[in-house]
Design a protein around this ligand. Structure first.
Ligand SMILES: [Zn+2]
Length: 362
């Protein structure tokens, strides 16, 4: 054995010793980490910083961002519920020979999200200052065990959009419907509110596992009560026109931490598709005015305004200017005055009349 060989062998032994020492010290921590994960059935590792979209897309490749079709309604009845190897997941068998995995609601409802900031009355049990909120959240909206159902398939009314209306905030969207048609829970969750509320009329609020809340207002009847666990697609009530409403429609809201954002970021109501499995919610989707209560008076005023404008439009009359016409002659022939003609058309008595142009006379 040469000197070099001896040095090499000794170095090797030292290296092995160092590695085993490292393994011995590392192992208790690893074990502990693993126990935490196994113990709860869910990973307990918490990130203090939310996933960025880029990070999320590393975990979930692009295809997962494809729209998710709404569940199809069937008349199939549940014929049996079977256990799986995971005690918190059941298999539900239906009369049309289909089946689906479902989460066990009793177990799910033990989660913190269904116990913190929980009350069966208020619209915003969080009362969190907007400034203290993060700027972006990545929310799983559906996963392999939770489906999605469009709450109501239909076009958002042009005056029922989310946003500022008459200087006030409309916190949701309005979709006209026929009274009595079923309204579905969009996702799995626990019913937090089921009551008659001024403005909203019959209102159901469902909180979902990711912390999102969905609001269903103006219902003619409610089919669920506070504390019920609902699956996506369950009928939570029937559409109607209760509360401050001018006609049957669903007032639908999506909220996070008490703040409303446009549900159309999430759902395409005309196709019924959910736009994302993983939804990147930005704080900028909230308005600074969102602490204001829903103003349903607006919906009534809008409808009244529309009726008045329609009547005015129906009453308008026009005259086509001919050779030799003067404002005085047109006014006389149409039972009005030059001043009224000038006001209605935004002109002055000195304006030169052009032959062939139309002028509003009533
Ligand atoms: Zn509305």
């Amino acid at each position: 054995m040469t000197k070099t060989e001896i040095v090499a062998r000794i170095t090797g032994i030292i290296t092995i010793l160092v590695l085993s020492a490292a393994a011995a010290t590392a192992s208790p921590a690893d074990e502990k980490g693993r126990d935490d994960v196994i113990g709860s059935g869910f990973p307990t590792v918490r990130r203090s910083v939310p996933l960025t979209r880029q990070e999320a897309e590393l975990i979930v490749p692009r295809p997962a961002l494809k729209p998710v079709k709404s569940m199809i309604d069937t008349d199939a009845m549940v014929i049996d519920t079977l256990d799986t190897v995971n005690e918190h997941v059941k298999v539900v068998l239906y009369s049309d020979n289909t089946w689906q995995y479902v989460k066990d609601g009793d177990f799910m409802m033990q989660a913190e999200v269904f116990n913190e900031y929980w009350d069966e009355y208020s619209m915003d049990p969080y009362k969190i200052d907007l400034d203290s909120l993060d700027n972006v959240w990545s929310l799983w909206v559906v996963d392999s065990l939770s489906q999605y159902h469009c709450p109501y398939l239909g076009a958002v009314h042009p005056r029922g959009k989310f946003g500022i209306r008459r200087g006030r905030r409309h916190q949701g969207i309005d979709i006209p419907l026929t009274t009595g048609t079923p309204v579905h829970a969009a996702f799995d969750g626990e019913v937090r509110v089921s009551r008659y509320a001024s403005g909203y009329g019959n209102l159901v609020v469902v909180r979902h596992q990711n912390g999102l809340e969905t609001f269903y207002g103006h219902l003619s009847s409610r089919k669920v009560k506070s504390g019920d666990w609902v699956h996506a697609g369950d009928v939570i009530g029937l559409g109607g026109s209760t509360g401050r409403s001018t006609g049957p429609h669903l007032h639908f809201e999506t909220r996070y931490k008490g703040y409303a954002f446009d549900p159309q970021w999430l759902i395409d109501f005309e196709t019924g598709d959910l736009r994302y499995r993983l939804f990147v919610l930005k704080k900028k989707y909230f308005s600074p005015y969102s602490n204001y209560e829903q103003d349903f008076e607006d919906e009534i005023l809008n409808a009244e305004d529309d009726a008045r404008e329609d009547a005015e439009r129906a009453a308008m009359r026009y005259y086509t200017i001919k050779s030799g016409d003067t404002l005085g002659r047109i006014a006389l022939a149409n039972g009005t005055s030059v001043a009224a003609l000038c006001r209605m058309n935004g002109i002055t008595p000195q304006t030169i009349l052009k032959i062939g142009r139309t002028i509003r006379v009533q």
